[in-house]
Design a protein around this ligand. Structure first.
Ligand SMILES: Nc1ncnc2c1ncn2[C@@H]1O[C@H](COP(=O)(O)OP(=O)(O)O)[C@@H](O)[C@H]1O
Ligand SMILES: [Mg+2]
Length: 567
């Protein structure tokens, strides 16, 4: 258990180091809280001995002032300790979140494909929120309590070391059950976090496919699934609280033993004049005050047990394999792309088998084939999402594996079936990160037939809704085309970009495509004949293999082509 605890601390140490001076000030303030707390117990001694028993008038004036001073100082220390701790907590967790987001975006596609949106959401938001609580609240109150404990123990040792032994012995006994409870807390914390993930996933999926959920009348069904997770989540949370709070009755019992024995033995010494009344009450006060920090320390050490679960969950994202950015970038335009005996196996299934073809500058190459033939997967090799299991892909005669993949992506204009429209304005969707250039922008709009923009109420400042849901499918696709045109890559890649469109829109887009194909290197994946008739080379793909290739006229006569188009 303890070694795991250090795991979390080790993880956080470099983050804390960044805010060293704030941390030092915070710890200083915490020590102030601890010392002023111990002083509130200690003043019982002069209060009783000098004011009440000796009846010193001087003390009558002094004591109220001292009390005000001690409590005010404690208040100020508490403020700084809380504020500075929160500051450190916020700063560190925002850093961690930024890093997690960066890791997600830069991770290799195949490393992240088994993760769900809900899971990533939960880790980046919820798990880090829990970490925030620990850094800003749990650790500070733990430290304050430990220091208060030390200060109070010094106080009671100073007042009467023999009586102190009772207190210490009972405090030590309590450690054993607390350790056992800690293990249970951790187990249930883990499952509680798992349920948050499930809840997030349910919300994401049902919200994304709300129309399907409704039309298939699955609202009640989805609701009851959600309730099941809520119930499990609730049960886990209650178990966490139960095991955390079980420390209270244990503590109360041991404290009562220790206070009772001090009352007995201390009372005996006072009766026999071996101890002053002031000493006794100062001692008793300090001892009773010990209870609160001991309780905090035991409870917070349970919470600290959770730290390594949270860190583990964060690390599983930090450890995602990242794309390699150290390679040399391709500084020239793409002149040729050559697939050389390229094969791809995922798990045990061979998705692509020995592909050989070349795309030269200015070519239009079309890949056709039934659904599941492997057409889109070819693109994942070209985009560097996957690495060929065998063979190679040469870009300008250099292996794609030796080139900084970002420099290749920079030169690609890509449109897929889903359009990839963001919930921002039309203009931002078209520019997508590039500088605005009026001429280029207007040309992109013109060629992509985005005239519909003029009919929107805010024109190109119109915000298009999540996934572009305020636009029609054809409008989304034309917008995607405008983006590709604005980027004006060396090669245009279209993956079934027109397959979901009506005949009218398709004719418009076909016109755009013809213009692009005439001037640009184009790789077009399609299952409509019309789209590919202009292609210089047509490849027919079946079960990951090229079964026919050549010009449209040649290929269209083959039985492989006919079987793919059900002619
Ligand atoms: N990540 C993956 N893991 C396992 N199999 C995959 C994965 N991606 C695609 N496949 C499989 O590869 C085959 C080709 O898919 P794809 O390239 O999308 O076909 P399409 O020709 O319709 O674009 C399909 O059988 C699909 O099930
Ligand atoms: Mg596909």
């Amino acid at each position: 258990m303890s070694s795991k605890k250090w795991h979390g601390v080790k993880f956080l140490a470099p983050y804390f180091k960044e805010y060293k001076s704030t941390v030092i000030f915070a710890v200083f303030a915490m020590a102030g809280v601890a010392i002023t707390s111990a002083l509130t117990a200690y003043i019982m001694k002069p209060l009783l001995n000098n004011l009440f028993i000796q009846k010193s008038e001087h003390m009558l004036y002094m004591m109220p002032l001292i009390i005000i001073a001690i409590f005010s100082a404690r208040g100020i220390f508490r403020f700084f300790s809380a504020y500075l701790s929160e500051k450190v907590g916020v700063e560190i967790t925002q850093n961690i979140r930024a890093k997690l987001y960066d890791r997600v975006l830069n991770s290799k596609m195949d490393a992240i494909e088994n993760k769900t949106l809900g899971d990533i959401n939960t880790r980046v938001i919820e798990t880090v929120l829990n970490l925030h609580q620990i850094i800003a609240k749990t650790i500070p109150s733990y430290l304050i309590s430990v220091m208060t404990l030390v200060a109070l123990i010094f106080t009671i040792l100073y007042l009467n070391w023999r009586l102190s032994l009772f207190a210490v012995i009972f405090a030590l006994i309590v450690i054993v059950p607390v350790k056992i409870l800690g293990k249970r807390v951790k187990r249930h914390v883990n499952s509680a976090e798992g349920y948050v993930t499930e809840l997030n996933e349910r919300i994401n999926e049902t919200f994304t496919h709300l129309d399907i959920v409704k039309v298939y009348n699955q609202v009640d069904n989805e609701k009851s699934k959600f309730s099941t997770y809520l119930k499990d989540y609730k049960n886990s949370l209650l178990k966490v609280v139960k095991y955390q709070e079980l420390t209270s009755p244990l503590m109360e019992f041991f404290v009562s033993l220790s206070v009772a024995s001090v009352v007995f033995f201390g009372g005996y010494e006072v009766i026999n004049n071996k101890m002053s009344v002031g000493d006794f009450f100062a001692f008793l006060t300090a001892l009773m005050m010990l209870y609160a920090p001991v309780k905090v320390v035991t409870r917070n050490s349970l919470v600290l047990n959770m730290l390594d679960s949270y860190i583990d969950r964060v690390e599983s994202i930090l450890d995602l394999e990242q794309e390699d950015k150290s390679k040399l970038s391709l500084d020239e335009a793409i002149k040729s792309i050559e697939f050389k005996d390229a094969s791809l196996t995922i798990g045990s299934s061979k998705i692509l088998d020995n592909l050989n073809f070349t795309i030269n500058r200015g070519d239009t190459i079309a890949i056709v084939g039934k659904t599941g033939a492997g057409k889109s997967t070819i693109l994942t090799l070209l985009f560097g999402f996957r690495v060929p299991s065998k063979g190679d892909i040469l870009v300008n005669n250099k292996s794609i594996l030796d080139i900084d993949i970002a420099s290749i992506r920079d030169k690609i204009s890509y449109i897929n079936q889903a359009s990839g429209i963001f919930n921002v304005t039309i203009k931002e969707n078209i520019l997508y990160g590039l500088e605005y250039n009026k001429k280029r922008y207007q040309r992109a709009i013109e060629i992509s037939h985005c005239e519909f923009i003029d009919t929107l109420q805010d024109k190109d400042d119109f915000i298009v809704g999540e996934n572009g849901k305020k636009l029609s499918g054809g409008q989304r696709q034309r917008l995607a085309l405008a983006r590709a045109l604005y980027k004006d890559g060396d090669i245009f890649i279209l993956d079934e970009a027109t397959s979901a469109l009506d005949a009218n829109t398709e004719a418009l887009i076909q016109d755009s495509l013809n213009k692009i194909m005439a001037h640009k290197t184009t790789l077009i994946i399609a299952h409509r004949l019309q789209t590919i008739q202009q292609a210089d080379i047509v490849l027919v793909l079946s079960k990951g293999r090229v079964v026919a290739s050549g010009s449209y006229d040649e290929v269209s006569k083959t039985k492989e082509f006919k079987s793919n188009f059900a002619l």
